[in-house]
Design a protein. Structure first.
Length: 507
């Protein structure tokens, strides 16, 4: 299938929905494509339509008034034919063409059937969001250890509580809504371990004072945690997890002998410790907590795969990662390419919505120079972007990665779980190589060459090698797993053929 429009928006989260709605209201024909089964992205993730009534989701979502307004706008334009909404479509690469962009996707809406799709437009807006940043620790590869975002996704998408006795750790305000939601749904949240100190916010009070809604939200979470008696331990980190016994041999040969008996290998004990000023564990402060589930989150990493292949420039996001570099209209340095939301640096849904609207106004202005956007509305959206960005920068300074977090790693701790590369191997690559960044470590150790292509281990490997530069992901021509059948589809081959050349015969 091949389809053309004025604008292709990749990602139907807050930024993508806001951008599409604004562009549609301005008269453009838009294709909005997303890998999910419904618009909303991770922030407004909902259960499938057939299960929505049966699953409890009260209290899990914020900003639903904005979501419903955007959804209504999109639905109205979809009925008129101006919007093409493509869900369950996985975009695996993008390419520049003479008159715009080609977006290559795989339609998986009728799995296991797959169909190649090529979308073309003179303007492309990428709003692919971000994903959980992880720091390894001994035992992080045990069953029962998840990302904080994964725990929340299970709650929002399936109403599922991952465990009965849960310990959360990492840094940043995101830990609070996850803990509150788990506790409200019956899980015993034994501790929330925040690596930073609350006093860090006192050094950056202005952005916090200018965002009173953040105070209200934090107060609500604090009340929920207090009601469920969930302890919040600051300057504390999860430094290890230990698994349960692999089954009792005396109970018989069967499953216990194979190590798959009840509780086999699953996390059973979490070890925490207070942190010193540099983030290293303080001797004598270690605690052992019996738990069956661990959720860990150290912030997020912008999802830049599609932007990097197109030559988008990067800038320091201020939180240890690189993000897309844009002007005040959300334009990248590539003509016709725009981006909004977490790809420009993690800052939350309200910021993403404002950036999406600003980006759409830029698209309208660039495609239709005679159009005159409402200057007051545009100025208000840009002020909102500036205010939310200032808060995001303050949050990054108040919740940094502990500089000495690697002190809790043993040499046999796996860092790259796909390729089973240990911390000791990475340290050796740095000392003996010497490897200067995660790309060189990949060449020497295979870290980042597995199924996730470095998305899970890349930031940690980078931190183990250098602390002077923010993490920039490696360029990946293929952004998501795609089958050979989809690559060999005549639609894909025709789109990838050089101008004037016939498509290759897949046989």
């Amino acid at each position: 299938m091949s389809e053309s429009a004025d604008l292709v928006v990749v990602g139907a989260g807050p930024a993508g929905m806001a951008a599409a709605a604004t562009a549609l209201d301005g008269g453009l024909r838009v294709v909005l494509v997303d890998a999910g089964a419904a618009p909303g992205g991770q922030f407004w993730r909902h259960p499938p339509d057939h299960a929505r009534q049966a699953l409890p989701t009260a209290g899990l979502h914020h900003g639903l008034r904005t979501y419903r307004s955007l959804r209504a706008t999109l639905s109205a334009h979809e009925r008129t034919g101006r919007l093409t909404l493509l869900l369950d479509h996985h975009v695996w690469t993008t390419a520049r063409e003479e008159d715009g962009f080609a977006v290559h996707a795989v339609d998986r809406s009728r799995a296991p059937e797959e169909r190649a799709v090529v979308l073309r437009a003179p303007a492309l807006l990428v709003a692919t969001g971000a994903y959980d940043r992880q720091l390894p620790f001994p035992g992080w590869d045990l069953p029962g250890v998840l990302t904080a975002g994964g725990l929340q996704a299970l709650l929002k998408g399936g109403g599922a509580v991952a465990g009965r006795r849960v310990v959360l750790g990492g840094t940043g305000p995101f830990l609070l809504p996850v803990a509150a939601a788990l506790a409200a749904r019956g899980a015993e949240v034994l501790a929330v371990c925040e690596a930073a100190a609350p006093s860090a916010w006192l050094r950056h009070p202005v952005p916090l004072l200018r965002n009173p809604a953040k105070w209200v939200e934090a107060t609500r979470y604090a009340a929920t945690l207090a009601r469920h008696r969930v302890p919040l331990r600051t300057r504390t980190a999860i430094i290890a997890a230990e698994g349960a016994a692999q089954g009792a041999a005396e109970e018989g040969e069967g499953e216990a002998e194979k190590g798959v008996g009840r509780g086999a290998g699953r996390v059973a004990v979490v070890r925490t410790a207070s942190l010193g000023a540099d983030g290293s564990p303080l001797p004598g402060t270690e605690r052992r907590i019996e738990a069956d589930t661990v959720g860990v989150g150290w912030g997020f990493v912008p999802q830049l795969d599609l932007l990097l292949t197109l030559g988008c420039g990067l800038a320091d996001a201020g939180d240890g990662t690189m993000a897309a570099a844009v002007d005040d209209g959300q334009r990248t340095r590539v003509p016709g390419l725009y981006t909004a939301g977490e790809t420009c640096g993690v800052g939350g849904a309200a910021l993403a919505v404002a950036e999406g609207r600003v980006a759409a106004v830029s698209v309208l202005t660039d495609l239709r120079p005679s159009g005159r956007p409402n200057p007051r509305r545009l100025a208000a959206e840009r002020r909102a972007v500036a205010g939310h960005r200032a808060f995001a920068r303050a949050m990054a300074r108040a919740h940094p990665l502990p500089p000495a977090w690697s002190a809790w790693l043993t040499d046999d701790t796996p860092v790259c779980r796909c390729e089973e590369v240990t911390a000791g191997a990475v340290r050796s690559a740095r000392a003996d190589g010497p490897a200067l960044d995660h790309r060189q470590v990949k060449q020497l150790t295979r870290a980042g060459m597995g199924w996730c292509q470095g998305r899970m281990c890349g930031p940690a490997v980078h931190c183990l090698v250098t602390r002077d530069q923010p993490y920039a992901p490696a360029e990946r021509l293929i952004a998501t797993p795609v089958t050979l059948g989809a690559l060999a589809d005549p639609v894909t081959l025709g789109a990838l053929a050089a101008p004037g050349e016939p498509a290759s015969d897949p046989t």
